[in-house]
Design a protein around this ligand. Structure first.
Ligand code: HEC
Ligand code: HEC
Ligand code: HEC
Ligand code: HEC
Length: 152
């Protein structure tokens, strides 16, 4: 009797779990992303935003086939990215802190490591170059500044 009611409780629990999870099984459940679906990128390190504020579709990107969290999120230790999914995420401007014009003689790598706009542009644009067909409507749109920065 005791065993039987335990069984019923267990069955009830898994039914509840099933309801809570919907028709997904553990294997095809999407990655847990605590970030909002869209993120307004309006870094406070700029005195003034000269360009329209970018609304970045975090969800669309994170769910896109062939794109992984570590394409955009990193914490470098000894030159290696040690960030993994579930770790806290800092804003890009927590580390890429500089604004303005980088000195001409600075190496591109150092510019990207320090300067916010350059780091973010490098991230967004280098991947679009690889993954979005430049002759598609989306590719053409993304080549223009207004593909990301809406006209003010
Ligand atoms: C294509 C680039 C890209 C991918 C892929 C991506 N993210 Fe992000 N994520 C961003 C950007 C950009 C921000 C905003 C950073 C900022 O505002 O400085 C962000 C912000 C976040 C935040 C903070 C949100 C907040 O409101 O504070 C979390 C958490 C996060 N991402 C987790 C993830 C996880 C987990 C994945 C993988 C499932 C992922 N991201 C994939 C670019 C990306
Ligand atoms: C915890 C600090 C930190 C945060 C947060 C951070 N970066 Fe970086 N990032 C670095 C450092 C340090 C380097 C330089 C690594 C090197 O040169 O070996 C770097 C390098 C880069 C590079 C060039 C190399 C690469 O990995 O592609 C890009 C592009 C970049 N960051 C973009 C971003 C973007 C976009 C965000 C926000 C989504 C971000 N970073 C958030 C510290 C950070
Ligand atoms: C690792 C690759 C990758 C990175 C990094 C990346 N993107 Fe994308 N992005 C894509 C792909 C792939 C598409 C095409 C999505 C599709 O086919 O729907 C796309 C499409 C877009 C689009 C058009 C569709 C939409 O979402 O409205 C915008 C705008 C965009 N990206 C903005 C950004 C911004 C801003 C950043 C940097 C913060 C960024 N992307 C970084 C891969 C990337
Ligand atoms: C693929 C998307 C994308 C494209 C295309 C793009 N940007 Fe950006 N840009 C960004 C993102 C994301 C930021 C970071 C905004 C923030 O976090 O405040 C940024 C920041 C900036 C900033 C610093 C903030 C400000 O508003 O003053 C300037 C200036 C800028 N971009 C100019 C340009 C120009 C000029 C072009 C065209 C040649 C361009 N961008 C194309 C995504 C893009």
């Amino acid at each position: 009797m005791r065993l039987k009611s335990l069984g019923i409780i267990a069955a009830g629990c898994s039914a509840l779990l099933f309801l809570a999870m919907g028709p997904l099984t553990a294997a095809d459940a999407p990655a847990v992303v605590t970030a909002p679906d869209t993120i307004k990128m309006e870094s406070k390190i700029y005195k003034k935003h000269t360009k329209g504020v970018v609304t970045f579709s975090h969800k669309k990107h994170a769910e896109h086939k062939g794109v992984s969290c570590t394409d955009c999120h990193h914490v470098y230790k000894d030159g290696k990215n040690t960030w993994k999914q579930g770790d806290p995420v800092q804003k890009c401007d927590a580390c890429h802190t500089e604004t303005g014009k980088p000195p001409k003689e600075m190496a591109k790598k150092d510019v990207i490591a320090k300067y916010h706009k350059e780091a973010v542009h490098e991230n967004c644009k280098s991947c679009h170059k690889k993954m979005v067909d430049k002759n598609s409507d989306m590719g053409k749109a993304l080549k223009a500044c207004t593909g990301c920065h809406p006209k003010k």
